[in-house]
Ligand binder design. Structure first.
Ligand code: ATP
Ligand code: MG
Length: 201
């Protein structure tokens, strides 16, 4: 095919594509608080949630973050985002279940964290609430799933919530507006690379 011919066909294809995309954008008129669930075994769930925290802060929104499972105390996200005006940052976990090895203590910690989250989900002043690693508390049965789903379903109508963690339960993804399942194709850890500041924490 000659170059001019190829360029004309490209322009026609892009014009058709633009018409479809513009029509879809025009049809999407709804506006409300969204429940976003980021799950799956691949890397990028929490960092995506913290990307939305940065976006929301850029819009002058008030943000609440609850980190339910704390694996380390020196994360870049807490050091940077946690001290921005407009953010309320809580770290409630004691570590991974295989580190604490204490179910009673894990349940008590989970419930303390959930009390903070529930308060945020009841207050319209929080325009974005991030519940980082919440899914584990549901899959281990540390929190009552019905109460959690009920609080999410009845939060203020314009409040956005992002939930992260592997193995999100079906009832949660069903309630969500946006669900991304991040696949684990490769991770440097499995090649013997230790967690890198700026990338992993
Ligand atoms: P991140 O915080 O980097 O976005 P994540 O929230 O998707 O990761 P988590 O399961 O919360 O994933 O794990 C947090 C830590 O474990 C990060 O240091 C991350 O790089 C690492 N990690 C995530 N996925 C994997 C994986 N598939 N294999 C090994 N390590 C992983
Ligand atoms: Mg995470």
């Amino acid at each position: 095919m000659s170059e001019p011919n190829r360029n004309d066909r490209h322009a026609a294809r892009m014009a058709r594509k633009k018409a479809l995309i513009d029509a879809a954008i025009t049809a999407a008129t709804g506006e409300r608080g969204l429940l976003v669930v980021l799950t799956g075994n691949g890397k990028g769930k929490s960092t995506s949630a913290f990307g939305m925290v940065a976006r929301a802060l850029g819009h002058g929104m008030k943000v609440g973050v609850v980190q339910f499972i704390k694996s380390r105390t020196d994360t870049g996200e807490e050091a940077f985002l946690g001290r921005q005006p407009g953010v309320e940052w809580h770290v409630t976990g004691d570590g991974f279940t295989w580190d604490t090895q204490d179910r009673e203590q894990d349940i008590a910690t989970a419930q303390r964290g959930w009390a903070i989250a529930a308060r945020m989900l009841g207050a319209p002043s929080y325009q974005l609430v991030v519940l980082d690693e919440l899914t584990y508390l549901l899959s281990y049965g540390y929190l009552d799933a019905d109460s959690v789903l009920d609080a999410l379903a009845h939060r203020p109508p314009m409040q956005h919530v992002v939930v992260t963690g592997r193995a999100a339960p079906h009832a949660l993804t069903e309630l969500a507006d946006t669900v991304s399942i991040i696949a684990d194709e490769k991770h440097a850890f499995h090649a013997g690379v230790k967690a890198q500041p700026g990338i992993d924490f």
